[in-house]
Ligand binder design. Structure first.
Ligand SMILES: Cc1cc2nc3c(=O)[nH]c(=O)nc-3n(C[C@H](O)[C@H](O)[C@H](O)COP(=O)(O)OP(=O)(O)OC[C@H]3O[C@@H](n4cnc5c(N)ncnc54)[C@H](O)[C@@H]3O)c2cc1C
Length: 505
């Protein structure tokens, strides 16, 4: 029988598959997507957030555990499991050597974009290169990969306490049994019907989710998340919580990726379709705040908003892939964007009059702010008075959802409060344990990499126990079988055969 079955084809699945293989197990990965679309949302990524106490390779200065934890606590407003969050943070310091061994290359961050050189390690070639490197490494080590293999449901051993995994059933009807399983099949962000149901109808009679765009893969339909919750797995998080960015309204429904993001928000004002401002555009550094704007836009009438800047902002943010509307007067800009002219002019007049400009510096929380206007703009407030004016129409772009499976530090999926002994979860499908809401850039890949590796090692340990038990049941000697399930141990860099030889220390 197969030792470890990994379901998914993105970062978390790959980290799990490689780790289980390093521990000497036979491993098969099932990816729903065809080969050319493999890699889920992970192929769209650029970096991961890493703790470090001093400058290290591509990371500048220091980013200690406590600061990382405080950042996470702040963005989640405390909706996080501290023990699991700290596990992720501490492990993040040790990831890069392992990633390098599997072909991932890093580069310093570009300056002038998201101010991330201290906290985030950037992948050379982006997430696509990372995913390709992991596939190469996994396959070279003997992991079997099957594409176009969407799993429809999991079979659990009937009556088993803690939900014991028996087999996966593919959409085709094929059944694959394994000693242990890792579910790394992402969130449910690609499932528009589920998003619609979760967000419901608002007080204006609108169904907000109908206007959402999906920034990543179309394959994260949440099939196994739904299936496991229905079979009694403990869920964590709220179905309306997600990483949601305000993206260019012209982005495609799926897979628009990072180029559809518009980073001009903190340099100007955001107005809704009535031409009114609705939130502090300068609340904090963009990397700490960009992920709240999708949700803010989702709450506006028509789920649409417009970023308005003037010529002073040009060159200070990453140019978006689509050109913005451009005009020499605000009235003309309003016409191009379909906004009420008088309302936009009045909003800008009021904002400009409220600006108290100090020493403008987009790299720090500067002292340019407003006084006497609601909402206040607390940093980088400068009058919008220098033509040409630019405007970008934005819609909510869902990156990934936070509703997930409750896990413990071994990545074991919980059923009625008890951990499964052979079913594990990693990545978006369990990220809600750490991210109850909010986001800080790069933490998605950190969670997936840390928990992917833990889940792979835990699944290997569980498979080993099952093998040993089977030998005992057959009356055969199993001298090195552990009497109880081992905690997962790192087996960094071990070739599978050597790892197997050392599997029972
Ligand atoms: C545009 C964009 C940019 C991002 N940038 C960053 C960044 O720079 N840094 C960062 O930390 N995070 C970033 N993220 C978030 C990041 O992508 C996720 O946190 C991370 O990729 C999650 O990894 P995962 O393996 O859990 O999910 P995914 O990479 O999405 O993989 C899920 C996999 O499961 C497969 N699958 C789904 N259902 C099934 C099924 N039933 N059967 C079989 N297979 C199935 C899918 O095909 C897919 O391969 C970004 C996301 C997007 C969309």
């Amino acid at each position: 029988m197969l030792d470890v079955l990994v379901i998914g084809g993105g970062n978390a699945a790959l980290c799990a598959a490689i780790s289980a293989r390093e521990a000497g197990m036979s491993v098969t990965m099932l990816e729903a997507a065809p080969r050319e679309w493999r890699g889920g949302n992970s192929m769209h990524t650029r970096n991961l957030r890493c703790m470090h106490d001093a400058p290290e390779d591509v990371l500048t200065e220091a980013y200690p555990e406590e600061e990382f934890w405080q950042d996470l606590k702040k963005v989640t407003a405390g909706r996080t499991n501290e023990a699991l969050a700290r596990l992720v943070i501490r492990e993040s310091a040790r990831l890069r050597p392992w990633m390098r061994r599997h072909g991932v290359r890093f580069q310093p961050s570009l300056s002038g974009t998201l101010h991330l050189s201290r906290t985030n390690a950037f992948f050379m070639g982006g997430g696509k290169a990372l995913v390709n490197a992991y596939y190469r490494s996994a396959q070279a080590a003997g992991v079997a990969v099957r594409y176009e293999a969407p799993v429809a449901r999991l079979e659990l051993v009937p009556g088993s306490p803690g939900g014991r995994f028996a087999a996966a059933v593919l959409e085709s009807g094929e059944r694959i049994a394994a000693r242990a399983c890792v579910v790394a099949s992402g969130g449910f962000e690609s499932n528009r019907a589920w998003l619609r149901e979760a967000w419901g109808e608002n007080e204006r009679g609108e169904w907000p989710a109908d206007q959402f765009l999906i920034r990543g893969t179309r394959f994260n339909q949440g099939v196994l998340l739904k299936d496991l919750i229905a079979q009694g797995a403990d869920a964590i998080g709220d179905a309306t919580q997600a990483h949601m960015v305000a993206i260019d309204a012209r982005a495609p429904l799926y897979d628009g990726g990072i180029v559809t993001r518009v980073d001009s928000v903190s340099l100007g004002i955001m107005v809704n379709r009535e031409g009114r401002r609705f939130y502090d555009e300068g609340e904090d550094f963009w990397p700490k705040r960009y992920a709240i704007w999708g949700r803010l836009v989702a709450l506006q009438p028509g789920q649409v908003a417009h970023s308005i800047i003037d010529a002073k902002a040009v060159g200070r943010f990453m140019p978006p892939v689509f050109r913005g509307a451009r005009a020499d007067t605000l009235a003309e800009l309003a016409r191009q964007l379909g906004l009420p002219e008088a309302a936009l002019e009045a909003t800008v007049r009021e904002f400009n009059a409220a600006c108290r400009v100090g020493a403008f510096d987009h790299a720090v929380l500067d002292d340019c702010r407003t006084e006497g206007v609601t909402p206040q703009k607390t940093h980088w407030a400068r009058p919008i008075d220098t033509p040409p004016f630019f405007g970008y129409t934005l819609r909510p772009g869902v990156t990934f959802t936070y509703l997930g499976l409750k896990v413990d530090a071994r990545a074991a999926v919980h059923f009625g409060g008890a951990p499964s002994d052979n079913l594990f979860a990693a990545g978006e499908v369990m990220a809600g344990n750490v991210l109850g809401r909010g986001y800080t850039a790069g933490v998605g890949m950190t969670i997936g990499t840390v928990f992917g590796r833990i889940a792979g090692r835990s699944a290997a340990a569980a498979a080993r126990v099952t093998t040993a038990q089977a030998s005992n049941d057959d009356g055969q000697a199993a001298p090195d079988a552990p009497g109880r399930q081992e905690p997962a141990r790192p087996s960094e860099g071990l070739a599978p055969r050597r790892a197997r030889a050392r599997a029972h220390p």
